[in-house]
Write a new protein. Structure first.
Length: 503
């Protein structure tokens, strides 16, 4: 069993190596001495420090009130999510899964040991409520690999109490700065330990080299592909934890990459990227099981909430809730199985290899303004043909299919335009906005098609159970009206888009 805690803290250094007087901070009624605790933590990573490269820390700590395994993911400056698991001799499976996208088939090994004497004080308000914990940590770091270097330092750490206002940390910092205390140059103890326990001759190798500015068409396309690869890897733990919108964002990253392969087939060899694209399509489909259920459930719930009570006949809410829970429970278990599968991990390895040694074609060396703009125009032409076709068809199944295809091509056009923004500037950015508007309108239309199909299925089940199907008919009629409204808005939106496109 693992618990998650949002950790908001700041670290400081002081030449005096001590804690200045903290009385007088606005809102602080007392500074309570909590004594000294001894902490002993072993930090784990791969030999090439993959976790540290992404500012992720994994440790096994004894001592203090929260002894156990701790896995920390960065959220923002000074903010991390800490997932805790009980103390055990081996890494708990719950935590191992959360770092699988980084480690793949490589197991973490002990990297650094940090032993700290922590002198703790609580800042409390007039009601005795803890506002923040302030500690002075005397740290001894020992490298457990590569020669076994060591380092020592003292730092001040201020951690906001659970549910506290982050603005309070600004007040504490103001007081510390007046006393000559300065913010730490290291984001974490581990980051400092990795630097200071590394031999000086090897420290330059640790410095991250900035990526060169894109010059060629290939540079721009690869930068976009690389960003999607990074997003998939980084979102993996959030999907496993069921973080809001994580499934959708990961699915979008897979679609963006697959779209880039197809749109920029003159830059990246499709003989190499097409098989990868098929695997991305598989992953997007697996992610879509969960995401599509989320969207459909939200739409049905909102629609039912807008129906007057006098038009609700039978246990519609209960049936909808039962249907949604049954569908979602199965899809969640299936999704975790997908992320643990050999096929998925092989896909991640394949993406790494593709980014490291991209299958560039001759056009990749060309000027971005020419090569990329041509690809964007080609994608937009496909959207245009499908929208015009859909507008010419009468309402019904044929138009629904045409608009659905237009929606998919609008997504591709949007993604190819996104990749083009650094090279083409405002015209590409404007096209991104236009395609997003078109995608949203056609997406709502397609959602109505799917929702009506689901309502027919729910109505049939209710009827078979001897329940009234009246309310399902009411909802169906409202969805028909919503689709008609979308279709009525399409000509005006399309005219606006075609009049403003300038690529």
């Amino acid at each position: 069993m693992a618990d998650t805690k949002r950790e908001i803290e700041r670290k400081y250094e002081s030449d005096e190596s001590g804690l200045p007087d903290l009385t007088g901070i606005a809102g602080v009624a007392a500074v309570v001495d909590k004594g000294v605790v001894q902490l002993d933590a072993v930090y784990y990573d791969t030999a090439d420090e993959r976790l540290a490269a992404d500012s992720i820390t994994l440790r096994r700590r004894t001592g203090g009130s929260d002894a156990g395994w701790h896995l920390k993911f960065p959220v923002g400056p000074g903010v991390r999510d800490e997932i805790q698991a009980p103390l055990s001799d081996t890494l708990p499976r719950t935590l191992a899964g959360l770092i699988r996208s980084r480690l793949r088939d490589t197991g973490p090994e002990p990297l650094v040991r940090l032993r700290s004497d922590r002198d703790v004080r609580d800042l409390v308000d007039a009601g005795g409520r803890v506002l923040a914990e302030v500690s002075v940590d005397s740290v001894h770091a020992e490298r457990l690999t590569g020669g076994g270097g060591s380092a020592q330092w003292t730092e001040i750490e201020v951690e906001l109490a659970d549910g506290g206002d982050p603005a309070f940390l600004d007040k504490v910092e103001k007081r510390l700065r007046k006393a000559g205390v300065r913010p730490s140059s290291s984001a974490s103890k581990l980051a400092r330990a990795l630097v200071e326990t590394t031999p000086k001759k090897d420290r330059k190798k640790r410095r991250a080299r900035p990526s060169p500015e894109p010059v060629t068409a290939g540079d721009h396309v690869l930068a976009y592909v690389r960003a999607q690869r990074d997003a998939i890897v980084e979102l993996d733990p959030a999907v496993r934890r069921d973080v809001f919108d994580s499934v959708h964002r990961m699915r979008v990253a897979t679609r963006r990459m697959r779209s880039a392969f197809r749109s920029y087939g003159k830059v990246l060899d499709r003989a190499v990227t097409d098989p990868v694209g098929e695997e991305l399509k598989w992953l997007a489909g697996e992610l879509g099981v969960d995401r599509d259920m989320e969207v459909l459930t939200e739409r049905l719930t909102e629609s039912l909430g807008a129906v007057p009570r006098t038009l609700i006949s039978g246990p519609v809410r209960a049936r909808l809730r039962t249907w949604a829970n049954a569908k979602r429970g199965g899809s969640r278990r299936r999704l975790i199985g997908v992320l643990d599968s050999k096929r998925y991990l092989t896909l991640l390895d394949t993406l790494d290899a593709l980014v490291a040694e991209p299958p560039l074609l001759e056009a990749a060396a060309g000027k971005p303004a020419k090569v990329i703009a041509k690809a964007v125009r080609k994608d937009f032409a496909k959207v245009s043909a499908l929208v015009e076709q859909g507008l010419e068809l009468p309402p019904g199944h044929g138009r629904d299919l045409a608009l659905h295809e237009a929606r998919k091509k609008a997504k591709r056009s949007r993604y190819s335009s996104e990749a083009a923004v650094p090279a083409l500037g405002d015209p590409a950015a404007d096209l991104v906005k236009s395609m997003k508007s078109l995608q949203n309108l056609l997406g709502d239309h397609q959602d109505s098609v799917i929702t009506r199909q689901t309502l027919r299925e729910l109505s049939a089940v209710a009827h078979a159970a001897g329940e009234s199907s009246f309310t399902y008919g009411v909802l169906y009629g409202r969805e028909e009206q919503r689709a008609s409204t979308d279709e009525a808005e399409l000509p005006g939106l399309w005219k606006e888009i075609t009049g403003g496109t300038n690529i």
